[in-house]
Design a protein around this ligand. Sequence first.
Ligand SMILES: NC(=O)C1=CN([C@@H]2O[C@H](COP(=O)(O)OP(=O)(O)OC[C@H]3O[C@@H](n4cnc5c(N)ncnc54)[C@H](OP(=O)(O)O)[C@@H]3O)[C@@H](O)[C@H]2O)[C@@H](O)CC1
Ligand SMILES: [K+]
Length: 606
Amino acid sequence: MHLVTAEEMRRLDRHTIDTIGLPALVLMENAGRAIAEAALALSAQLELRGGPARWLVLAGKGNNGGDGLVAARHLCEAGAETAVVYAEPPERLTGDAAVQRDALARFGIAASVCAPGAIDWRAYDGVIDALLGTGTRGAPREPYASLIREANASGLPIVAADIPSGLDADTGAVHEPCIRADRTVALAFRKRGLALHPGREVAGDVSVAPIGIPAWLAETYGVRAFHLDEAAVRKRLGIDPSLPRRTDTHKGTYGHVLVAAGSLPMAGAGLLCVRAALRAGCGLATWAVPARLAEPLLGRVPEAMLAPLADGGRGDWAAVPAEALAALCTGRSALVLGPGLGRFEGDSAWLRRVWEATAGVVPPVAADAGTAAAQAGDTPGAAAAAHAAAATTTADAACAASVAAQAGDTIGAAAITHAAAATARATTAADAASAASAPARAAANRSPKPLPLVLDADALNMLADADDFAGWVKRPAGAPAVLTPHPGEMARLLRCTVPEVQRDRIGAARSYAEKHGVYVVLKGAGTVIATPAGIAYVNSTGNAGMATGGSGDVLAGIIGSLLAQGWDAEKAAAFGVWWHGRAGDRAAEARMTTASLMAGDIADYL
Ligand SMILES: NC(=O)C1=CN([C@@H]2O[C@H](COP(=O)(O)OP(=O)(O)OC[C@H]3O[C@@H](n4cnc5c(N)ncnc54)[C@H](OP(=O)(O)O)[C@@H]3O)[C@@H](O)[C@H]2O)[C@@H](O)CC1
Ligand SMILES: [K+]
């Protein structure tokens, strides 16, 4: 379940050898035996030409090579025809690998030193790659490089010892050349590079073989990265993926998510997000949209409630005051903000107001009455009143009034009626503002209730453009923020390049999460979830068919829904990602090709 770096692995090895007292040769013996067993299991599945399986072991000069030599002995003992090719003259092997070299010679196993083009690959049924392991630095040099290329070109099944040779064990970067394995037997712990893209694509089926290094040692040494598979979901996160429910529950038990998403050109993003939220189990979902979208969207998701926000007839968010949205948060248990939102003038400051309102902060009342009304909006009525005060048309004021009415805020509704009437009488906005400001000021004395927040898509771009983000209020424990960037958005947030993000995805997500006290879901093959405490998960589910428009909107809806159900952010983000990928896999299985997958299918297979 743990994912280790090469350096962490070295420390765990050393502790086992020096402190626990297990000789390194015992670990190597266990490693080699596990590799041989994986090879034999593979031969049993292959259609061999009658006789015993013929295995070729490619051995490097380090301990990875030593593992391969042990595997050769065990294969031989099990009756397989086995040969060894050393990448370098065997005299260069030292320490435990040299012990294995000598034992192998006494066993009578055929061994030779590689020479370009000398191997007749047709004489074998499979290859054990024991050339390079966690001691690799940079791209394989000659003669390793040629051996790797030839092995790949042979078309033979390859079992890699620990990692495919040429893979960066820490980052998942694939050097040129790199072994393309059918199976990888990870020794003691899965190396990070086996879980991260593109490394996991060259590793084939990965199994983890215990070799004598105790699993608990990883905790002792502070290993804080995890492979997110079903075992981790059950054991580490403590979640039963069937999400059983008690019978004596009702819709109020499962939270109420507010989704603020969609604009005229991207209304579908909101549709996908809110549908996914409902499929992910929240009791109620309200979909806040620019008012112009409300009518065309009526009935599209009958299970969700629509909350139109006065938009000056634009169909986007540019004219929707942050306070009007913040006001809708009252009585809701999580907010998802971003899918299909679009960008507009001053949107970073707009986002800050939503951020602070959902973190439970009331901005200081400004001197100007109109601004005060706009900023004090911590209850539906007050904010809607502020909105009405700012409204220049009767229609907008009426829309704001309906928000207040929906929220059941009678003071606010009265203020709005007043403000709307003022607007209708074509008096100035200042008149309307003063009508609204009294209840707004009264409301300012009541603190808004904080709630969890999911930021996706353009909300992340707004955040990236906020030069003052480091100074934004820290979120209280019950109101975490989960950010769901793709690599481009992550690069904008970190102010670096996409290749820099992709080179170290765990490092990128983790550094941002720790620095800003947020949860980061860095999307892409092997989605990384990082917590403010420095824990990271690398997801194992999902497929390339999910690289399609709307897939991220579905994920944001799932995570928001789980947060609304009261899950803590680490569980909501990690399980949400795993579930999203799992649903994508199930949806892909139902089609002829992953290429046919659409984001809506993912929501349907939750
Ligand atoms: N107790 C333990 O430690 C256990 C370890 N175990 C096993 O040991 C593995 C780690 O072993 P390791 O540390 O010896 O390193 P390994 O990967 O075999 O290679 C190092 C050699 O490669 C060379 N080399 C480096 N880069 C290169 C390049 N680009 N191109 C070409 N050559 C390159 C480098 O030579 P140098 O450059 O230093 O001259 C050095 O000689 C680990 O993955 C697991 O399989 C298990 O048995 C369990 C117990
Ligand atoms: K290897």
